[in-house]
Design a protein around this ligand. Structure first.
Ligand SMILES: Nc1ncnc2c1ncn2[C@@H]1O[C@H](COP(=O)(O)OP(=O)(O)OP(=O)(O)O)[C@@H](O)[C@H]1O
Length: 712
């Protein structure tokens, strides 16, 4: 075809799509009216019914209360569904879909065309959907990288198809702004457009431009545990959150309120907080591991939290680093196991329990309870159970004593004549009372003796003695939970069906063990980057050794090597801080990384200010000056704070609202900015330096490096 003809055909197709959009918008509007009508109908129905109940049962208060309880429940349920639908339709009114896929199913005569949107729409009277939710199984065809043969999963198996066309549609404010027919994923115009634009202050959803390798992970079998090791900016966090939305859409009944997302710190949690709500999911628990652990332990003392902890490591506090290293080691797990065993052995050193010198239970028997009958129970539960068994035996002995006493008293009274009884009775009864008091005292003394050796100290104090520390840090949370699991059989307040762990490269083996045990969860989505570890205590991070750590769980490992965040030039610069330089496929190219140096505080300050001005002129909006640690942050901040408006991230509870910030490496981890000014303290490029790798990969479009030659 000639160019002219192609253009003409494109124009015709654009008009066809415009018409389709108008029709769809009309349907959406009428659906909105339908749902409003339905809501009104329910309200009217409930009002009329309520009036009738109140009249019929006006003398029966209980019946009316019961009715109102029931009414509230019915109302909540009905409104919940309608309101959710109304919310979705209102969003769709602005942009009903973003994609279209045409395909032929094997055995079918005609091709089928589906429009893919943020949410699905099917009118009650139709069988055919108007819009397909991006999470529906068939929607995976839209994300398939190329045209031609493809299949999608359905509950009964796999459907084979031939994809004939794939079109991306840009609809904004209910207007068709553009359309692209695309065969291959990564070179899509829309993806390029999205990636080259400025970043928002928070992470966003990417349903319009999800790539096949990402989509595959999102749609993986929910009964699988997957570990994704991906380069910085490959979309790990994004994928993990979209996977949650996908799983909830397809398995809502099984997973509602049973999904937990664990992230590294409050800055990060705030940064990712908008993704799930924008995908229509609002009820998912998102927490830092620290908060989760503190709540489960029930800890109410101050501990060395995330930033203080990392600062100590970054500042090279040797004793502290050694201690953390120890707590991350396999040897430490063995030591904890040995400690549990030692506590168990202490229990075996038990005395025979006596009640008024009569044996209640022999030492042998108690041992048998510990080692045989209740051996399946965790130690502290077992000891409490055995304590109850012994208390029950004491109660029997007490009853027996009282029975003997009553018998003796009755016999004594019987042996007396009527006159003697009259004289002696109150004496005899008094004697009985004294004896009963003795029995009760003996019961209490015996019980106290038993409690003394059987009751346990609380686990946090036991742990502190074991670890020889007074102030706990975040590295102590997993060992404490481990002891709680081993000694007390602890389970989390709420068990989970799917757990997402983000920034998992910094998790210790013990952390993985306790999360699994506590949540009782079988399926995990774990994402991280072995090159972004804040501390490298072993060659291989625990997240890549999960087959051995959770030995009964089959783990599927996946890699993502493409970075969607940074330009080729930025990734190329960042890679020199890795031991083995990674080849990262290019998604887009940008400006060269600029490297300068400063030899005094004054020079540094004026360089930073002029860089910020330059970046602003380039039209970039979010700028981060990223320092290695808090000390450097404070010093640089005091140099520039009067010259530029800048938000200072010196604790985890600062909320990022765009603009220019100064932030230490460990809070910037997982976040991104249009431009990054990296302060390179020692200017040494030849060593592996994961912190510098983390800092430089935060930039989307522009990276400026200022080498400081140790001036700050
Ligand atoms: N398919 C996609 N379409 C558009 N943008 C994408 C896509 N995949 C990822 N991105 C963007 O790339 C950036 C990086 O994504 P994300 O933060 O999820 O990566 P990450 O692998 O978790 O990064 P890090 O390792 O640094 O934490 C985000 O801005 C995200 O929106």
């Amino acid at each position: 075809m000639k160019n002219e003809e192609i253009n003409e055909q494109k124009q015709v197709e654009f008009l066809v799509e415009k018409k389709k959009l108008d029709e769809t918008l009309e349907i959406i509007n009428s659906e909105i009216l339908n749902y409003i009508e339905r809501r009104k109908y329910i309200t009217d129905y409930i009002r009329d019914y309520r009036q009738k109940v109140v009249e019929d049962y006006k003398d029966d208060e209980d019946a009316i209360i019961e009715y109102f309880d029931h009414e509230r429940f019915v109302k909540e349920e009905a409104y919940k569904t309608i309101d959710k639908k109304l919310k979705e339709l209102t969003i769709l009114k602005e942009s009903p879909y973003f994609g279209k896929v045409t395909f032929e199913e094997e055995g079918e005569e005609y091709p089928e065309t589906l429009y893919i949107g943020r949410f699905g729409v099917t009118r009650e009277q139709d069988l055919e959907p108007i819009i397909i939710d991006w999470r529906a199984p068939v929607a995976s065809l839209f994300y398939h990288g190329s045209l031609g043969k493809a299949s999608y999963d359905v509950p009964k198996g796999v459907v084979d198809t031939e994809i004939l066309g794939r079109r991306q549609l840009i609809v904004k404010k209910a207007q068709l702004k553009g359309m692209f027919d695309s065969a291959i994923d990564v070179k899509d115009e829309i993806l390029q457009m999205v990636l080259s634009s400025n970043t928002n202050e928070k992470l966003k959803d990417v349903i319009m431009t999800l790539q096949q390798e990402q989509d595959k992970i999102i749609r993986m079998d929910r009964n699988k545990t997957i570990v994704v090791n991906g380069v910085a900016g490959s979309g790990k966090t994004t994928i993990a959150l979209h996977r949650v939305a996908y799983l909830l859409y397809n398995y809502r009944k099984q997973l509602e309120n049973k999904v937990l997302i664990l992230g590294p710190n409050a800055v990060f949690m705030e940064y990712i907080s908008q993704v799930l709500p924008s995908l229509g999911e609002t009820g998912v628990k998102q927490e830092t591991f620290t908060n989760y652990a503190i709540e489960e332990i029930g800890l109410d003392e101050s501990i060395i939290e995330f930033n203080e902890f990392i600062e100590k490591i970054l500042s090279g506090d040797e004793a502290f680093i050694k201690d953390v290293q120890r707590k991350y080691s396999d040897k430490f797990i063995n030591e904890l196991d040995e400690y549990v065993e030692q506590l168990e052995n202490n229990y075996l050193d038990v005395p025979t329990v006596k009640f008024f010198d009569k044996e209640v239970i022999s030492a042998e028997e108690i041992k048998e309870y510990f080692q045989k009958h209740y051996a399946y129970m965790p130690l502290f539960r077992r000891s409490q159970r055995i304590k109850r068994v012994i208390f029950e035996k004491i109660r029997e002995k007490r009853d027996e004593e009282v029975r003997i006493l009553n018998k003796e008293i009755a016999e004594e009274k019987k042996s007396l004549s009527k006159d003697e009884l009259l004289l002696q009775e109150s004496n005899i009864d008094f004697k009985r009372k004294i004896r009963i008091r003795e029995i009760i005292r003996e019961v209490m003394d015996t019980k106290n003796r038993i409690s003394e050796w059987i009751d346990n100290e609380d686990i946090v104090s036991l742990y502190k003695k074991f670890a020889k520390i007074e102030r706990l840090s975040i590295a102590d949370l997993s060992p404490i939970l481990y002891l709680m699991i081993k000694l007390d059989g602890k389970k989390a307040k709420n068990t989970m069906r799917h757990v997402i762990i983000d920034e998992a490269q910094d998790y210790s083996k013990l952390q993985f063990i306790v999360v699994k045990e506590l949540t009782d969860c079988k399926n995990f989505t774990i994402v991280g980057d072995s090159n972004q570890r804040l501390f490298k205590f072993s060659e291989v991070p625990a997240m890549l050794d999960l087959d051995n750590i959770w030995n009964e769980t089959k783990v599927e490992k996946l890699n993502l090597n493409k970075s969607y965040r940074s330009t080729y030039e930025i990734m190329d610069y960042a890679n020199k801080y890795l031991k083995e330089e990674k080849i990262v496929p290019i998604v887009r190219s940008g400006k060269a990384v600029e490297v300068t140096s400063a030899s005094s505080g004054e020079e540094l300050s004026s360089k930073i200010i002029s860089e910020i001005e330059k970046i602003n002129k380039e039209g970039l909006e979010s700028i981060a000056i990223i320092t290695r640690d808090a000390d450097q942050l404070n010093r640089v901040h005091s140099l520039i704070k009067d010259k530029v408006h800048i938000a200072k991230f010196d604790n985890e509870y600062v909320i990022y609202n765009g603009g220019t910030v100064i932030i230490p490496s460990y809070f910037a981890k997982g976040l991104e900015f249009d431009a990054v000014i990296m302060l390179d303290s020692d200017g040494n490029d030849s060593n592996e330096d994961l912190i510098k790798y983390i800092i430089s990969t935060r930039a989307l479009h522009s990276l400026k490096v200022i080498k400081l030659s140790n001036i700050i």
